[in-house]
Design a binder for this molecule. Structure first.
Ligand SMILES: *[C@@H]1O[C@H](CO)[C@@H](O)[C@H](O)[C@H]1NC(C)=O
Length: 358
């Protein structure tokens, strides 16, 4: 028996098999896109039909003009004018479809138009069979799940709806789930429900699942809420828990269903809120002044903070630094007269800065 992949023909025949396999895989998508191409074509046909209705009409109303017009209405010239404008020149699919079925457009134009005025139905559905009636799908135009009247019971989109492709299954809208899009997702409940109709409404924010709209209708509380003695879901105050869920240099802020930890003011060691007046204790370098932790000015204490000769004290938040006075620089931990003969305009810091000439 001949193998399809004979050595001399291997490359060619195997490539063809591969291409065929790929095409088979693409067919489902192709069938959907063929229908939307066809849909576009018939829409453009209808637009072209309206556009050409106003052409070749000079505005006069002589008998001759009227005869000429009525002749044009059903003429091949008008058909050609419409066909010319059906596709963008860049749309390969569209141009190919029109070219391939030009004869069918002529047949419809001259013989079928009166009896079958809906071109989409006659051409896309019944003649070239790339589309199906609304609510149906696939090669045989079977009804979508939930029926062709209200596919997916009005709560979703049927795969391949209106095309010869797809599998008729539902992609449910938000809030709905299940094969038939009649069930509600967690956080929603069935406000109305029978075999063919379902309306899902959002639960109270405190519920994970529920049977009604209030916080007393929860089946299960959402995380951050808990059942109270009336079986309603209420916010958990995480901040009241012992130990506090926040770190030592943070304070806790409760919120509906959650909480947050925020940093204390730098003047505090531990706090109950964000300001320097909400400290549990003052941080080093700060002291309590009428309930607010305030920076200690170490430089104006009776005990001098900077004790070396020719040293100045500079206060900072929570601390202070000692720098050499103007004209002095730091050397081996002492402030000595600047060796440089040139004068300095500013005091140099503990680490000498760049010299500036005057
Ligand atoms: C289901 O409910 C809808 C909306 O309330 C109603 O229109 C429909 O007739 C009901 N169908 C059945 C079978 O009860």
């Amino acid at each position: 028996m001949l193998s399809p992949c004979l050595p001399q023909l291997r490359l060619l025949s195997c490539s063809i098999i591969l291409i065929l396999l790929f095409q088979a895989g693409d067919t489902k998508r192709d069938l959907k896109s063929a229908c939307s191409t066809c849909q576009q074509i018939t829409e453009n046909f209808n637009k072209g039909y309206d556009r050409t209705a106003k052409q070749n009409f000079g505005g006069g109303n002589t008998a001759w003009e009227e005869r000429k017009l009525s002749k044009y209405e059903t003429s091949e010239i008008r058909l050609m004018e419409i066909l010319e404008d059906l596709c963008d020149s860049s749309s390969f699919e569209c141009n190919r479809m029109v070219e391939e079925h030009e004869e069918q457009f002529e047949t419809w134009w001259f013989k079928k138009k009166t009896k079958h005025p809906d071109l989409h139905k006659w051409f896309c559905i019944d003649t070239i069979k790339v589309c199906c009636p609304k609510g149906t799908f696939g090669p045989d135009c079977n009804a979508c799940i939930g029926g062709s009247e209200r596919p997916c019971h009005g709560n979703g989109v049927c795969d391949g709806d209106g095309t010869r492709g797809g599998n008729g299954k539902c992609s449910c809208d938000h809030a709905y789930k299940g094969e038939f899009c009649l069930d509600c997702i967690d956080g929603y409940f069935n406000e109305v429900r029978n075999d063919t109709f379902s309306l899902c409404t959002e639960c109270d924010t405190s519920c994970k699942t529920c049977t009604g709209a209030t916080n007393q209708d929860c089946d299960e509380c959402k995380e951050g809420w808990e059942e109270d003695d009336q079986e309603a879901c209420v916010d958990v105050n995480e901040c009241a828990k012992e130990p506090s869920p926040c770190k030592e240099d943070q304070y806790c802020l409760n919120a509906e269903g959650s909480y947050s930890c925020n940093g204390c003011d730098e003047a505090c060691t531990g706090c109950t809120g964000g300001g320097p007046d909400e400290c549990q204790a003052c941080a080093e370098g700060y002291q309590d002044v009428e309930g607010t932790c305030t920076d200690i000015d170490e430089c104006s204490q009776s005990d001098p903070a900077c004790v070396k000769e020719n040293q100045e004290c500079v206060n900072s938040k929570g601390s202070f630094i000692c720098i050499c006075s103007s004209g002095y620089e730091e050397k081996d931990g002492e402030c000595v007269q600047q060796s440089d003969e040139k004068e300095e305009s500013e005091a140099s810091e503990t680490t000498p800065g760049p010299h500036r000439e005057l």
